[in-house]
Design a protein around this ligand. Structure first.
Ligand SMILES: Nc1ncnc2c1ncn2[C@@H]1O[C@H](COP(=O)(O)OP(=O)(O)O)[C@@H](O)[C@H]1O
Ligand SMILES: [Mg+2]
Length: 283
């Protein structure tokens, strides 16, 4: 096992009650501390179930000696709260995440639940709201916020409990492109500032292509895992699974089909843009 893994999952399966087929089938993987991992796969492939297993909302099937470790702590009945404090999850629907009557109350809720003293809370809340650019909305009612603003507050609530890992479970999927980009930019900044590990479950292939590594799920199984470069160069595999290929990769394939010889080292949208600009200036 890699020495610096913050998450270790071994032989984990999970079958929902009253179903026969496991939703997660003998999954093993590790996530490196400080990395950004994208999890891609069809609806129903088991992505959210993995998250529920990591934060102990579900308990793995017994067979196969499953093992889950987060930040050096084995997940057991006794450690589940310790682990939940290390993992913050932002869910898909911004409207299902609000519990407070105002933005500040909402952030306070998670702190109150953890017994944080009031004077301590009053220091933390403005700090985390500032981090997500929501300082001026402290007293605003959630109903008056946009979807993107609600997700920013959800992130503030997570930052308040000082997690090690932030998981975005399709957290940008209901947002417009601007809201989506703002969320990703905030997560990037927070990752850097607090040395967070990020896991983003996403259908947005351009979002996934910003990760360091990609995990591909299909039908409850982990079918592939590797560097983003490796996974997105296997365009045929992604295509066979019915998954999207990043936009710059699509362009790459079309150019090659049209007989244009491309350098081997184009592995991001930025490199593709640079190359195309050069090509254009030579014409
Ligand atoms: N509460 C549940 N009860 C029964 N089956 C469920 C439940 N939640 C999810 N499933 C099933 O488990 C499988 C994986 O679901 P999920 O982890 O939500 O997939 P994803 O997040 O990749 O869309 C699917 O077949 C889904 O129908
Ligand atoms: Mg899901």
């Amino acid at each position: 096992m890699a020495a610096n893994s913050i998450i270790k999952i071994k032989n984990v399966s999970y079958t929902y009650p009253e179903t026969k087929k496991p939703a997660i089938d003998q999954i093993s993987f590790e996530v490196e501390r400080g990395s950004w991992t994208a999890v891609i796969g069809h609806n129903g492939s088991g992505k959210s179930t993995i998250i529920r297993l990591i934060n102990g909302l579900l308990v793995p099937d017994e067979q196969g000696q499953p093992y889950i470790e987060v930040d050096g702590v084995e997940l057991t009945d006794d450690t589940v709260w310790q682990i939940r404090n290390k993992v913050g999850v932002v869910f898909q629907n911004p409207d299902n995440q609000f519990v407070g009557a105002t933005v500040a109350d909402d952030v306070a809720f998670g702190l109150e639940n953890r017994g944080v003293a009031r004077n301590e809370m009053l220091k933390i809340i403005p700090k985390v709201l500032e981090a997500v650019g929501m300082s001026s909305s402290s007293d605003v009612e959630p109903a008056n916020l946009s979807g993107g603003q609600k997700q920013r507050v959800a992130i503030a609530g997570i930052l308040a409990i000082k997690p090690k890992i932030i998981i975005l479970d399709e957290a940008t999927s209901m947002l417009d492109p601007e809201g989506k980009n703002q969320i990703l930019e905030i997560v990037r900044q927070m990752k850097k500032k607090y040395h967070l590990t990020v896991i983003s479950i996403t259908h947005d292939i351009d979002e996934a292509s910003q990760a360091d590594q990609v995990i591909v799920m299909n039908d409850g199984k982990l079918v592939d895992q590797g560097s983003t470069k490796k996974i997105f160069n296997q365009t045929q595999v992604l295509d066979d699974l019915g998954l999207d290929v990043p936009f710059f990769q699509q362009i790459k394939i079309r150019l090659i089909q049209d007989g244009i010889k491309l350098p081997n080292d184009i592995d991001s949208e930025e490199e593709m843009i640079n190359y195309l600009c050069q090509l254009n200036s030579k014409m």
